[in-house]
Design a protein around this ligand. Structure first.
Ligand code: EPZ
Length: 428
């Protein structure tokens, strides 16, 4: 397994190109199952999760050419409507082939994703929504077996809580259902809006994406599409925090600041300068950091996917801050690893109190999930002495395109030490 080795203490200067959004590219790739012909995706990030989704689409019978930032998906006729455990366990977002397969071919067999490091991650909302559209669902030996003997029919679906991939799965199913569907209590994430843009390009009629209520007029047939994926707000946010932590002055090219307002407000409160310069976002920090309290929430609230990274920043602030994680039940696994680097963080259930202002020192640390990995790399950037080896970086590679290279390009002392690859469970 690869290790990323970081020597701290370097301020960061230069330009970081922000890639396409992983969590937009994944549902859009699944949407290619809704039509025949060749679809073209542009600005796709070079990530393990993209390769995993390509492998899944190939397993289903589609032709997929990954030449990032371009991905071509083509193929006609009914695919093999099965997503096997071996692929789904690598990436829970594989569940998003369920809606398209049932809507288009009337049947699908998709492995239950199971839990992961950050939580049990149930998919009950996905299944309830498909039943509301007329599918029959049964669980058999770890697999979801969904059937729709006749075409799905539009209906009203109320989510018990906002779920990003649940909203996306049902949008894709409803796009080919007969008649109108109304999805209520939807996730507002920008990635949901991106999928709606693509479904409308394909010939569906989707209105209200980005709000609580999404109205969808199902089409009898959908067409392939050509679409450039929106920039990744979480990648951009991660580099914003990295510069805030290490100090310096960096431009983030194509960073979607409009999707990062809450993070920007919190960073400014901590003493970080955030400003827009053309299509770039400029991040500067050269004075002491102030403690800031944060509670994660569905979009447009503070993103849970930025919680671990922001916690590292608070370890450097002069004082105590409170971080509350409300989305997942176990998303503080970076805390013990940060503790091994000298951080003082008290966890009580969903609340962490970060006692900042203590110097961090380099250590061997273990990545446990995608965003925790990123937080450990950021911690390595700011150690007062020693070097940090972040192990199990396959977690990092799922969601960040060679983070060590992008950091080295702006002055960080980071390098990747190759090891033998092992693919483990997933959490995204
Ligand atoms: C998406 O996961 C993202 N992944 C996650 O990003 C992100 O952390 C999460 O949304 C929250 O923003 C992708 O978009 C591929 P949810 P998702 O369904 O859709 C509960 C990353 O780092 N829930 O919005 O799986 C669930 O347990 C990854 O890129 C149910 O109870 O998350 C959680 O507590 C990690 N039943 C809450 O809802 C359901 O049927 C929100 O989960 C579905 C979800």
């Amino acid at each position: 397994m690869d290790v990323i080795r970081i020597r701290g203490g370097k301020r960061l200067h230069g330009v970081v190109p922000i890639s396409g959004a992983k969590n937009a590219a994944l549902p859009v790739l699944c949407a290619t199952l809704l039509s025949d012909g060749e679809s073209l995706l542009r600005n796709v990030p070079r990530l393990r999760d993209i390769e995993t989704t390509a492998a899944l689409l190939r397993f289903l019978g589609r032709n997929v050419e990954v030449d990032t930032p371009l991905v071509r998906v083509s193929g006609n006729g009914e695919p093999r409507p099965e997503a096997p455990y071996e692929l789904v366990k690598q990436m829970r977002a594989s569940i998003m082939v369920l809606g398209p397969l049932v809507a288009r071919y009337g049947r699908a067999k998709v492995s239950l994703p199971g839990g992961c490091q950050i939580g049990t991650r149930p998919v009950d909302q996905h299944l309830k929504g498909l039943e509301a559209l007329g599918a029959t669902i049964r669980i058999s030996r770890g697999y979801i077996v969904a059937e729709a003997p006749s075409r799905l029919r539009g209906n009203e679906i109320v989510f018990d809580l906002p779920t990003v991939t649940g909203t996306e799965n049902l949008m894709m199913a409803a796009a080919l259902a007969k008649g109108k569907s109304t999805l209520v209590n939807c996730a507002h994430e920008p990635e949901v809006e991106e999928l709606a843009l693509v479904l409308n390009k394909m010939g569906a009629r989707v209105n209200g994406a980005g709000t609580d209520v999404i109205q969808i007029e199902g089409a009898d047939e959908l067409a392939p599409f050509d679409h450039a994926i929106v920039s990744d707000r979480i990648e951009a946010g991660t580099y914003m925090v990295a510069v805030a932590a290490a100090g310096g002055d960096v431009l983030l090219e194509n960073a979607p600041l409009e999707h990062l307002e809450v993070l920007a407000v919190k960073l400014r409160a901590a003493g970080v300068e955030i400003s827009r310069e053309g299509t770039a976002v400029r991040v500067r920090r050269d004075k002491p950091l102030r403690p800031v309290d944060v509670t994660t929430a569905p979009h447009p609230g503070f993103p849970t996917d930025m919680q671990a990274q922001f916690m590292v920043l608070m370890c450097l602030a002069e004082g105590t801050s409170r971080i509350v994680e409300t989305i997942f039940e176990n998303r503080f696994m970076h805390v013990p690893e940060l503790g091994r680097m000298g951080a003082l963080i008290d966890v009580d259930g969903h609340t962490a109190h970060v006692h900042g202002g203590r110097p961090l020192s380099g250590a061997k640390v273990m990545a446990t999930d995608l965003r925790a990995s990123a937080s450990l790399v950021i911690a390595g950037l700011v150690t007062a002495e020693g070097e940090t080896d972040v192990q199990r970086v396959y977690h990092l590679d799922r969601g960040y395109d060679h983070m060590e290279r992008k950091l080295a390009a702006i002055g960080a002392d980071t390098q990747r030490i190759k090891g033998d690859e092992h693919i483990k469970g997933d959490e995204a």
